[in-house]
Design a protein around this ligand. Sequence first.
Ligand SMILES: C[S@@+](CC[C@H](N)C(=O)[O-])C[C@H]1O[C@@H](n2cnc3c(N)ncnc32)[C@H](O)[C@@H]1O
Length: 243
Amino acid sequence: MLNTTVWNRWRYSLYAPVYDAVAQRTFARARRRSLNQVCWQSGMKVLLVGAGTGLDLPWLPRDLEIHASDLCPAMVKRLKDRACRLGIDVEARTMDAERLDYADNSFDVVVMHLILAVMPDPAKGLAEAHRVLKGDGQLCVMDKFQSDERPSGLARRGLNLLTSAIATDITRQARPLLDQAGFVIEQDTPVMMGSLFRALIAAKADHAEPRPAKPRPDEPQPEEPRPAESRPAEPGPTEHQSG
Ligand SMILES: C[S@@+](CC[C@H](N)C(=O)[O-])C[C@H]1O[C@@H](n2cnc3c(N)ncnc32)[C@H](O)[C@@H]1O
């Protein structure tokens, strides 16, 4: 199977210049709905893992301490440029999600958007997310997953040989992965292409306490302002995005 970290670094360096053209509009709504599921509080420390070009940044609330990391320097450079354009303070670093250079129990929220299906070993990425997340922290995942109830059939596994090499794994199951990493899923919402793409909020199993329920992200949201290149008072787009 051609899905290794070395290969991912190489291919995402190649994809970086065109990534926004492909992913910005496509995932805008799913990413907004995913981030809306987080119980945000002012001053929270958040880590974006496999942050890419920073397409999550416009959808984050104000008053967070934002850290971001990605395997590819080309992605990190674009993320820094975006943060600069948006006037957002972000501590961005090149880093492998399998070996995060952050202290244990240091983040209130860890966001993993479209990376668990890309990494060759998502269990290692989740183990690291678990380590750096505070006891009462929230893991926010948005990705494509095979149904938890039904493992992939032969045809899907065959197709996966191709998709995992050039884009993404299509056979991964969210619940077993998160269970094994010591997480409890608190929210699980289909956000795109039926239930192929799901937005999950998970807590550390050994600290899980009921959190106040948030409205489902598919409930009507207030109209969001679209000021150009300035940070929103509430989560909302600050760059031209559809969704
Ligand atoms: C599909 S993109 C998603 C980017 C971003 N999270 C988003 O939602 O637009 C996958 C990203 O994961 C990064 N990546 C792949 N393997 C990684 C690893 N082992 N550690 C950190 N980042 C990784 C790639 O460089 C790429 O930026």
